[in-house]
Design a protein around this ligand. Structure first.
Ligand SMILES: [Zn+2]
Length: 191
């Protein structure tokens, strides 16, 4: 499970999970500032408006798989876990034009069957995170602030545009900038 990505530069990777809130201002922010983000979408949260995330995709966002119904995966049968991951990947293939290959488990929790199901659904990497951001505030797992290659976890939520700007200022103050996973992960992760 990947919590950070080896990099040379002072860059971090912003991931945004689930997809419940669909704020038009947030799309404009991503477009105007060209901020690279990876979205781990849960189908139950996005199915009423796939188009919203297509706009983010067109602004450069990468679409990842975060299951159909966002269950706690450990202990579920292999068949159920596979269905959760594969069905979401199938839908996103149709909606977003290419099959997701990056996966994050709900709550970051996995068991052996999750890893097997993810692989069997074509996932090339499973992501965890280093920092959780809520209300624009970054909670660090380790002392000393951001480190190069850290993966930040944000959720789609009602105040996200303002919160996101606040987080970006904190990232910038520490001398970091957000980078695109696509530019820093092995090419085979996307095949
Ligand atoms: Zn989630």
């Amino acid at each position: 499970m990947i919590s950070d990505i080896p990099v040379q530069d002072k860059v971090v990777f912003i991931t945004i999970d689930d997809g419940w809130e669909k704020d038009a201002d947030f799309v404009r922010l991503i477009q105007e500032r060209q901020i690279p983000v990876t979205l781990f979408l849960a189908n139950m949260a996005v199915k009423k408006n796939y188009g919203y995330f297509r706009e983010l995709q067109q602004a450069g966002a990468l679409i990842g798989d975060h299951t159909m119904t966002h269950p706690y995966m450990p202990g579920l049968s292999y068949a159920r876990q596979k269905q959760e991951i594969c069905d979401a990947a199938d839908i996103y293939t149709t909606q977003y034009g290419s099959r997701p290959t990056l996966f994050r488990a709900p709550y970051g929790e996995t068991d052996h069957d999750t890893l097997r199901a993810a692989r069997d659904c074509g996932m090339k990497a499973i992501f965890f995170w280093r920092e959780v951001v809520s209300n624009g505030r970054i909670a660090y797992q380790r002392p000393g602030g951001l480190r190069p290659g850290d993966i930040l976890l944000v959720h789609f939520n009602p105040n996200m545009t303002a919160d996101f700007k606040k987080m970006l200022r904190t990232i910038q103050k520490q001398g970091f900038r957000p980078a695109a996973m696509r530019d820093h992960l092995p090419a085979e992760f996307f095949q």
